[in-house]
Design a protein around this ligand. Structure first.
Ligand code: SAH
Length: 343
């Protein structure tokens, strides 16, 4: 039988586990504090625990499951890509983005991706598997311990579709926000989705609309969106709009659209107008991500003038727009460049 991963357990699950070893309940609080507040990366670091408990934890549980293979820093020093290996031999990628006082960890939720957006490297190879909540949490702790600094923001925007791994993503969100866990405020957490509408509704309900929601739009025209994001054939724009209308009523904060801008594909003025219309209806903010090249596709990044023109149309319609810098492109750590197999 495989051992439980400590980072997979909620407080009550950890309590039941240690009670079954006849260890008093309050030890669970201490263990959780070491893991999430003091970022202990080894059981022996948990100094106020008796040696017998160290031994039990080592014998019966795993604190860590990911092995760090490499760390690569971008030329401007802003992003670091962490490549790790899971016990079953998959590669996992996590990115740290440092901007002023903000340290954001971009975590993977799956090894590979089943959505297979045409311009994204994560969906190119064979799908590996879902990551567990504990493996998601471990990515954050591992990054924090390597850079010896606390993490201020977490985005579920690495490899995989978080809402296609719904239960584990929700569990990770619980541990991230729990007082006994990372105690991170919901407004510092963003979940990004390609638009699995039924799951968007449950996600918003369960999180009380407090965790930020980002939707990868890429086109407000059905035909183009279905070409770019195949799941649009199942949950089309009309359905997505209906869902986001409902979400908009419930959310305390606004939705963000991600829009990967690709030359000659979705960067026309007509595309901009349609995007403006939809965003205005939903009071959504738009993050433009200039396409980051991947080797499978010969798509091109639009010129700065073209990006500016697209942006201006949205701005003229009163939409808040950000052009996301392409941090980490040189180390293949930018949006859409994370992939399962490196060869
Ligand atoms: N599956 C989720 C999480 C991935 S987030 C989602 O689709 O939202 C990563 C973001 O980067 C998404 O908006 C994705 O569409 C975008 N992206 C993917 N490939 C890209 C590329 N080659 N260039 C720029 N952005 C890309």
């Amino acid at each position: 039988m495989t051992k439980p991963h400590l980072r997979d357990l909620t407080k009550s699950e950890l309590e039941s586990l240690i009670l079954s070893w006849k260890v008093p309940r309050y030890r669970a609080d201490q263990i959780l504090q070491w893991i999430y507040q003091k970022n202990a990366m080894a059981v022996e670091d948990m100094q106020n625990l008796p040696h017998e408990l160290h031994a039990l934890l080592n014998q019966k549980t795993d604190l860590n499951r990911l092995t760090l293979i490499s760390m690569m820093q971008s030329a401007n020093g802003e992003s670091i890509k962490f490549l790790t290996k899971t016990p079953d031999g998959h590669l996992c990628e996590t990115v740290l983005i440092t901007q002023q006082k903000r340290r954001t960890v971009c975590i993977s939720t799956q090894l590979g991706c089943r959505i297979r957006c045409i311009f994204c490297a994560s969906g190119k190879g064979k799908f590996g598997r879902n990551l567990t909540a504990g493996e998601m949490m471990e990515q954050i702790s591992m990054v924090s311990s390597k850079v010896k600094a606390p993490i201020t923001n977490v985005v579920f925007m690495g490899m995989g579709e978080p809402l296609d791994n719904y239960d584990q993503t929700m569990k990770a969100l619980e541990i991230l926000q729990a007082k006994w866990g990372f105690a991170l405020s919901a407004r510092r957490i963003t979940v990004s989705t390609s638009g699995i509408t039924p799951k968007i509704l449950s996600f918003v309900k369960t999180t009380g609309g407090r965790v930020r929601l980002s939707v990868s739009l890429h086109s407000a025209i059905n035909e183009t969106r279905s070409y770019l994001v195949p799941i649009n054939k199942k949950y089309g724009l009309a359905e997505l709009t209906r869902t986001l209308d409902a979400v908009h009523q419930k959310l305390k904060r606004d939705i963000t659209f991600e829009y990967t801008l690709i030359e000659g594909v979705n960067d026309s003025m007509q595309q901009a107008e349609q995007t403006a219309k939809l965003s205005s209806r939903l009071k959504a903010k738009v993050n433009i991500i200039p396409y980051n090249p991947i080797r499978e596709m010969d798509f091109k990044t639009p010129s700065p003038e073209r990006i500016k023109a697209f942006q201006s149309i949205l701005e003229k319609r009163g939409i808040r727009v950000m052009v996301r810098q392409t941090a980490g492109r040189d180390i293949d750590a930018a949006c859409g460049q994370l992939r399962l197999k490196r060869d």
